[in-house]
Design a protein around this ligand. Structure first.
Ligand SMILES: Cc1cc2nc3c(=O)[nH]c(=O)nc-3n(C[C@H](O)[C@H](O)[C@H](O)COP(=O)(O)OP(=O)(O)OC[C@H]3O[C@@H](n4cnc5c(N)ncnc54)[C@H](O)[C@@H]3O)c2cc1C
Length: 387
């Protein structure tokens, strides 16, 4: 069996990791010219995320690159602290940089998986015995199955299921972030400032310093000049915002996307299946990275056990309610990071204050951890793995 995986983010390399262990040949095609090591903090929380990382044998390596992020404090326009949140609220149990995680997964798969950078799928034609695939470079190939792990704006999904507009649900907010050299005086901590419908945050952890803008907006569709959109949205916003906007204009590394979730009636059609953000993503707050790791484990395990039809059906029945639960967080993220009115900002700050009381912190952590762990993981270990 030879499987083509589109996308070398997190889900693609994670599923290749398992497939190669089960003796299945894998090729990953990535649109970017090289591995994308950009992006900010992503976190793992709860038993399912940590169990899969542990079964992959990489939990210690993941812990070794964690951000060790500290408290996040909401500040007034003059920088006075208004409310603080304990680290685990935003950063889960183990927080790492997305780019460093992607690099780690690439390192663990590159010897047994063929990686093709700077190319993407332009045509998929299913036959009775496989899928004939055409690539933008003009090359072509035949594969037994195709996994679309190419993110929120998946090309494989567009080719097989239809245009993104049919599946993307916009949640009223955009998010923009970029790395910075430093933010003077900020060490292992985060600061956040709000005006109605606008949130601006800086965090500095053991691995990087970054700025993040989250703002309410109508759906802008395809955005040609994201820096202009952010600058206009924050034109009159106070605190350190003008300085951060100056930094933004200088960065070559802006991550910009809408806060959206992806919803499909089914995750596969014929020999093509979707994994990670491509099938059920959420831009932020939806535990997309943990879900991608868990679902890659399930998809590969089912493919190792049964024919692809049975495997795709089992994969979907095992993960659907889990990923739907995780996605709910993405629907709430914008309203939490950038409440739309002054009254909502005050209410959010009061909630922060309550959540920082130890008893309630524990209760809240239990709630998010419960969602992140709400799947019973089959044991796919091969006899040789059982020690
Ligand atoms: C640059 C970047 C920065 C991110 N930053 C954050 C962050 O700071 N915080 C956070 O919580 N989440 C972030 N995410 C999202 C997060 O990585 C995912 O939610 C999660 O890890 C699930 O991963 P995924 O592999 O399904 O998708 P992704 O990590 O998005 O990976 C998809 C991969 O597919 C590639 N791709 C896209 N289209 C095609 C195509 N047509 N053909 C081939 N390859 C294609 C992309 O370049 C990317 O490498 C970021 C994603 C990206 C791409």
């Amino acid at each position: 069996m030879h499987i083509l995986i589109s996308g070398a983010g997190v889900a693609g390399p994670a599923v290749a990791f398992w497939l190669q262990r089960y003796g299945i040949e894998t090729t990953i095609v990535e649109r970017a010219p090289k591995l994308r090591v950009d992006g900010f903090a992503v976190d793992f929380r709860g038993s399912a995320h940590l169990a899969v990382l542990s079964r992959m044998g990489i939990l210690d390596e993941v812990r070794a690159i964690q951000t060790n992020m500290g408290t996040q404090t909401v500040v007034s326009a003059s920088g006075e602290p208004l409310a603080s949140l304990p680290p685990e609220f935003m950063s889960g149990e183990v927080e790492v940089l997305r780019g460093e995680l992607s690099a780690l997964l690439h390192e663990h798969t590159k010897d047994h998986t063929e990686y093709i950078f700077g190319d993407h799928v332009t045509g998929l034609h299913e036959t009775t015995s496989g899928v004939d695939v055409e690539f933008a470079s003009g090359s072509s190939g035949r594969y037994d199955l195709v996994i679309g792990a190419d993110g929120l704006h998946s090309g494989v999904r567009a080719l097989t299921f239809g245009p993104e507009s049919r599946f993307r649900r916009y949640h009223g907010y955009y998010l923009a972030g970029f790395p910075m050299d430093e933010f003077p005086g900020l060490v292992n901590a985060g600061l956040m400032y709000n005006e109605p419908g606008r949130g601006v945050a800086v965090s500095s952890n053991a691995r990087m310093t970054d700025a993040l803008f989250v703002f309410h907006s109508p759906d802008l569709g395809r955005v040609a000049d994201p820096k202009r959109v952010v600058a206009d949205a924050y034109a009159n916003v106070g605190w350190e915002t003008p300085r951060l906007l100056d930094e933004m204009w200088r960065t070559e590394d802006l991550y910009f996307d809408s806060i959206s979730t992806v919803h499909l009636d089914r995750f596969s059609t014929g020999r093509v299946v979707l994994l990670g953000d491509a099938g059920y993503g959420g831009t932020c707050g939806g535990m997309g990275t943990g879900a991608a790791i868990v679902c890659a484990y399930v998809l590969a395990g089912e493919l190792a056990r049964a024919d692809y039809r049975t495997a795709f059906a089992r994969y979907e029945s095992l993960v659907r309610s889990y990923v739907t639960g995780c996605q709910k967080g993405a629907g709430r993220a914008g309203g939490f990071l950038a409440p739309r009115t002054s009254a909502q900002i005050r209410r959010r700050d009061r909630t922060y204050k309550l959540l920082s009381k130890p008893l309630l912190t524990g209760f809240f952590n239990k709630l998010t951890t419960r969602t992140a762990s709400a799947i019973s993981l089959p044991d796919y270990r091969l006899p040789a793995d059982v020690r």
